[in-house]
Design a protein around this ligand. Structure first.
Ligand SMILES: [Zn+2]
Length: 717
């Protein structure tokens, strides 16, 4: 299955060395604790200390971040200025141990930006973006520091270190090299200036999208509710009332509101309005329009990698990814694309036939796709999404996650009583994770399930503290975040099959965090086109018999989902793959093409249109993320020329899930599960992903399983 939401993992992305690390070093913090800034206080309380989420105050974040950066730089300068000859211990290990205050503060900063944003915070963010960029440049361009790293790296090429130490050295050196450490002084200056400018553009880009998400709300009156479910109507009424429009029904400009509305609403004109609002985010020709910003971003990115001698951004970016080159990534996408658009033609023909039979007298347009697809689904598979929803309760799905983690990872999840661990919103719940057999404490799992004002859309996972053992074992603090619509009091949260899949997906990221057994913080980093694989694979457990029979029960009667309905869901799993694969691949291809093109006189709107035409993009559907709101790619660099990674990872996912299907114990086969944890989860980035995969599967992954999963013709050699 393809990614269902904005599944960016907000991990290690804010500052160069500023996340995914833990601190054991409490003495150093005494001085800081004398300040009265709540966000600079040491994490205290049970479970090795936890973030003081209950004391979060956006007035404190600016000073806290600035102090964090200052302290971290102090650490770095001290390492750089050591007079002893550079060694693994005094340089690499010291670097791994540095910046712990900033790591902690970055957790709060991440919560403010993703879970609790506000106009005030966005102002602070805009102010901080260039400072963070300055900070990163000061670290990555510290000449003395780099020379020490280089000395350790060079020595290790001659006399290799133990495998995990060697990998930390290699990754650290590579990261510095890729970020301009080898440049001369003039070029370094320009490099840093570009990054500073980019960081401001990224913040502006995402704030523009957020503006358009918050300000284009479609209000319905009670005569315009045709086709919509009771629970959808209730929540739309509540959202409208909260926005001061009592008696109306609000369709917000977010995926979780747009998608069900377009699927079920019988009001075609309104569907067009809601569709247009959603796909025009960042593209409204006003002061929140992102097109010019994007052109600027592309030019700066190209100039920056040019300083390092690369032809284009994609080439620079992919060198340490599993794909290695843009050509490898393009080859995969181009191998799947023709089958995807051919399937769209078939899907549109099926939909048009239904419209004609209904005498609807229309030609299928983009705002009709979901609506008629649902009709085809009901006819062809006799599958009613709303009926399926009756068996998908958030609470039960949460239990299903725990069950899966118990069977595969031997984990036990125990709810933590309210008040024991601070949370930043009353909706957030916390569980303790322990090993089922030994009882060993592993960490805490935070769940923030519901949509609200100021929370970014989609679903994601984050880590507040990662596992390392180089200074004694640390526990893991991980979170999952979703945007389920909060039900009216006393009602169950019923979710769609797709949302349930995403829920499993994000939990896969959390399990990847919890299962880490690496010694050094750097080894917890993700390889972008590999790190979605583990979470995509976990989606597969939703449709296992064990989960279905125990947890997919009717929210009113408690009856398990009928076998016939399950059979239909399975049969329908290849349904609408033309739409899903095409909307995704269009975004992934445009991401790559934008970064391989010459941006000198680029006009984003024209580029997007022409590139899609060249691909023979079917006119009946849009890209999943159109360029002007493609936050994966332009609100930072996390997924720039990396959106293909979901499919790259999906090749591995399909292939790996066939390993389970072939095993005697199926998806709960003990032997395969042990290998899964040992080779694919626990090592994180401590070994080369291709090698890890070979250890799991005994060979490289093949594309055939992916084509089978999507119901596409399997290519013959
Ligand atoms: Zn993901």
């Amino acid at each position: 299955m393809i990614s269902k939401s904005l599944k960016a993992v907000v991990l290690c992305s804010i500052a160069l060395f500023a996340s995914c690390k833990d601190d054991k070093n409490s003495e150093e913090k005494m001085a800081v604790n004398e300040t009265d800034n709540v966000l600079l206080q040491e994490w205290t309380g049970p479970y090795q200390g936890v973030p003081a989420f209950d004391k979060m105050d956006h007035n404190a974040i600016k000073e806290a971040m600035e102090t964090g950066m200052e302290l971290s730089l102090k650490d770095v300068v001290a390492i750089a200025n050591t007079s002893d000859a550079p060694t693994f211990e005094n340089t690499i290990v010291a670097l791994e141990a540095s910046g712990d205050k900033l790591n902690d503060v970055t957790t709060y900063y991440g919560i403010f930006s993703a879970n609790m944003s506000s106009p005030e915070f966005r102002g602070i963010q805009t102010e901080l973006a260039p400072k963070l960029s300055d900070y990163r440049s000061k670290v990555s361009q510290n000449e003395k520091l780099f020379q020490r790293i280089k000395a350790v790296y060079d020595a290790a090429q001659k006399n290799p270190l133990p495998a995990d130490q060697q990998r930390v050295v290699d990754l650290t050196y590579k990261q510095f090299e890729m970020n301009g450490a080898n440049l001369d002084i003039e070029k370094k200056k320009r490099y840093a200036a570009i990054n500073k400018e980019l960081s401001s553009l990224y913040t502006k880009f995402s704030n523009n999208v957020l503006h358009d998400e918050e300000n284009y709300v479609t209000y319905l009156n009670k005569n315009q509710l045709g086709g919509l479910s009771e629970s959808f109507i209730n929540s739309a009424a509540k959202i409208a009332a909260d926005k001061g429009e009592e008696g109306k029904y609000a369709i917000t400009n977010s995926r979780s509101s747009m998608d069900p509305f377009l699927t079920y609403s019988t009001e075609r004109d309104l569907r067009k309005i809601v569709w247009t609002n959603y796909y025009s985010r960042g593209d409204n020709g006003d002061k929140y329009d992102n097109n010019a910003l994007i052109a600027e971003i592309l030019k700066l990115r190209k100039e920056r990698v040019g300083l390092l001698g690369y032809d284009n951004y994609a080439e620079w970016r992919l060198q340490d990814r599993m794909a290695k080159t843009p050509e490898n990534a393009m080859a995969l996408m181009e191998a799947v694309w023709p089958a995807a658009i051919a399937r769209v033609d078939e899907e549109v023909a099926d939909m048009q036939a239904i419209a004609d039979a209904n005498s609807d007298a229309i030609k299928i347009e983009s705002w009709d796709y979901r609506y008629y697809a649902e009709k085809v689904r009901q006819k062809k598979y006799d599958l009613d999404s709303d009926e399926v929803k009756q068996y998908l309760q958030l609470d039960k799905l949460t239990e299903a996650l725990f069950y899966t983690a118990g069977r595969l990872f031997n984990y036990k999840f125990t709810p933590i009583e309210e008040g024991k661990v601070p949370v930043f919103h009353e909706d957030v719940k916390v569980w303790e994770v322990t090993d089922k057999a030994s009882g060993k404490h592993i960490g805490l799992w935070y769940l923030d399930p519901f949509a609200r004002q100021g929370k970014r859309s989609g679903a994601w996972a984050t880590m507040y503290r990662s596992y390392t053992s180089f200074q004694g074992e640390t526990n893991v603090l991980a979170s999952n975040n979703s945007n389920f619509v909060k039900p009216a009091p006393g009602e169950s949260v019923l979710v769609s099959w797709d949302d349930a899949t995403t829920f499993f997906h994000e939990f896969g990221h959390a399990l990847h965090f919890f299962s880490s057994n690496v010694k050094y913080p750097t080894l917890n980093g993700g390889v972008r086109d590999y790190t979605e694989f583990q979470s995509q694979l976990l989606e597969r457990w939703l449709s296992t018999d064990e989960v279905i029979n125990q947890f997919l029960v009717h929210h009113k009667t408690g009856e398990p989902i009928p076998a016939s309905l399950v059979e239909k869901i399975k049969k329908a799993s290849t349904f609408n793959q033309g739409f899903g694969t095409t909307e995704y691949l269009a975004s992934a291809l445009i991401d790559m093409k934008l970064h391989m093109a010459d941006p000198t006189n680029i006009d984003i709107d024209t580029f997007e249109r022409e590139a899609l035409a060249e691909l023979n993009m079917p006119e009946e559907l849009p890209m999943r993320h159109r360029t002007p709101h493609f936050g994966h790619v332009f609100s930072g660099e996390g997924y720039a020329t990396a959106y293909y990674g979901y499919m790259w990872a999906d090749v591995l996912t399909s292939d790996a899930s066939e390993a389970f299907k072939e095993a005697p114990g199926g998806f709960y086969d003990k032997e395969v599960a042990d290998k899964l944890v040992k080779y694919l989860f626990a090592p994180r980035n401590s070994m080369d992903p291709a090698e890890a995969y070979r250890l799991f599967r005994g060979r490289d992954a093949k594309i055939e399983a992916l084509m089978r999963d999507r119901g596409f013709p399997v290519p013959t050699e």
